[in-house]
Structure formats: structure tokens, C-alpha cells
Write a protein that binds this ligand. Structure first.
Ligand code: MLT
Length: 248
């Protein structure tokens, strides 16, 4: 069993993901938003790469059952119901709804993996729940690919720390996976600076951009470990919560 980490969404495209469990991470903020929405009772989140695609799909659906959500340059897309702040996705707003979501980097990374055995979405807010799925897969002999959304094809610290935490979480208590070089580096990064997640989020590039754009409160929401224990998995191009009994 092997664990590979890709430090931006595009990097995974050149790799053979077939038969693997693929974990996609966009801590700031798409993964956190998706876990929050599903934990708060949304029926499904449908990720889209483009704004036009999401808008076109919304036109084909009953608008009373659908929420159109997403950001560009961190701000709500004009005409959309919600942006990409996890704090917007409360139970009152999302329960029973299907959310069509498009974000700059995160949702594109989620629709990209081809041939995977499973695509799962992770962040700090659902860390332990997702870790249980990854450990179960590794124990059963399935290799893991962890895809960091990154930003515009670049490395992002917050996704690397979170990826490293998953690498470290899988690689203990009787599981000794072979680690690719990037997986080793991610684990080192988490060990080095992952101790205070909120401080790390406040210091990283995108965290500082979010503060400047008025989304400072989102950082605390994204830093909460295990606040939204749900496992979003891709089924027929929709992210739905994995039933609790299937997690192990
Ligand atoms: C992205 O997909 O690039 C992020 O989720 C951007 C954001 O903070 O909204």
C-alpha cells in the first residue's frame, strides 16, 4: 500500500489514480464548506469547474430544491444564492437542498480524478471521520492519493498541512504504507507547523487574502478539527454523505 500526495490539482491529472482512494483537500474553503453543508443536512453538493456549467444546470432543476453557490476571487458569484463561506451553509439554509457549487480551485480538483475507486473530500472539520475511511482502505490493501487543490497550480500551505496530517494518521497503529516523496514532505510540514491550525491559517497566503477580503471569521470555522464529522463521497458526480456504518 502506498500514499502519494499531489500539491496542486493539476499534478494528479498526470498520475494513474485507477483503483485508488482519492482524497481531495481544499481547506480554504471548498472542502470545509462541503463538509459543513452535508453535515448540516444538505442532500448533495454537485461540484462544477465553471460558473456557466453550474448556472446551466440550475436552469434545468426546480429552483426551490436547489442552491446555486460559489465564488470567484473569494466573493459570491453575481446572481448566486450563496458564496463559498462555510458560515453561510447553516442547517436553516441548506437542509434538504441540493447545492450546485463552483469555486476557483477546489471544485475543479474534485471533478478531475478519473478511474478512482473512491473520491472523498477532506478538511480539518471532518478529519477523524475521513481518516477512518482511509485507514479502512489502506488496511484492505488500497493505495491512497491525496490531492491538494492548491491555488492556480501552486502549492498552498494549508492543504499541505492537512494532507500531512492524513498521511501521519494513516501511517500508525499497524499500518505502514510506502510514502511517496511528497507524502513524506507533507507529513514533515504538519509535524513542523500544524500544531496550531488557526494560527497557520492566519499566516498562510490564502488566509491573509481572506482576512483582507473580510472573511476573517471563516478561518476559525476552517480550523475547527472534527466539528463536522461527515464523509463526503462522489456518487454519480454528486457529493453525498457516506452512511456512518460504511465508514470502517
Ligand atoms: C478555491 O476553490 O479556490 C477556494 O475554495 C477559494 C475560496 O476561498 O473561496
Amino acid at each position: 500500500v502506498r500514499i502519494d500526495v499531489f500539491f496542486h490539482g493539476g499534478a494528479a491529472g498526470q498520475s494513474d489514480l485507477s483503483g485508488r482512494v482519492v482524497l481531495v483537500i481544499d481547506v480554504l474553503r471548498a472542502s470545509t464548506t462541503i463538509a459543513t453543508a452535508l453535515h448540516n443536512g444538505a442532500r448533495a453538493v454537485v461540484p462544477f469547474e465553471g460558473v456557466d456549467e453550474a448556472t446551466a444546470r440550475a436552469r434545468t432543476l426546480d429552483r426551490r430544491e436547489v442552491i446555486l453557490a460559489g465564488e470567484r476571487r473569494m466573493v459570491t458569484v453575481p446572481g448566486f444564492d450563496l458564496g463559498n463561506s462555510p458560515r453561510e451553509f447553516t442547517g436553516e439554509v441548506v437542509a434538504g437542498k441540493t447545492i450546485l457549487l463552483t469555486t476557483t480551485n477546489g471544485t475543479a480538483a474534485m471533478v478531475a480524478p478519473q478511474g478512482a475507486a473512491e473520491v472523498v473530500i477532506g478538511a480539518f472539520v471532518n478529519y477523524t471521520a475521513v481518516l477512518a475511511l482511509l485507514r479502512g482502505a489502506a488496511r484492505a490493501g488500497t493505495s491512497l492519493s491525496i490531492v491538494c487543490a492548491g491555488s492556480g497550480g501552486r502549492f498552498t500551505l494549508e492543504d499541505a498541512v492537512c494532507a500531512g496530517r492524513f498521511v501521519r494518521g494513516v501511517s500508525r497503529r499497524g499500518i505502514q504504507p510506502e510514502l511517496g516523496d511528497a507524502a513524506r514532505v507533507a507529513a514533515m510540514i504538519d509535524r513542523g507547523i500544524g500544531g496550531d491550525v488557526e494560527a497557520m491559517l492566519r499566516a498562510c497566503d490564502h488566509g491573509r487574502e481572506l482576512i483582507a477580503a473580510g472573511y476573517e471569521a471563516d478561518l476559525a470555522a476552517c480550523a475547527g478539527v472534527d466539528t463536522h464529522p461527515v464523509v463526503p463521497v462522489l456518487r454519480d458526480r454528486q457529493l453525498v454523505p457516506l452512511a456512518a456504518r460504511k465508514r470502517r
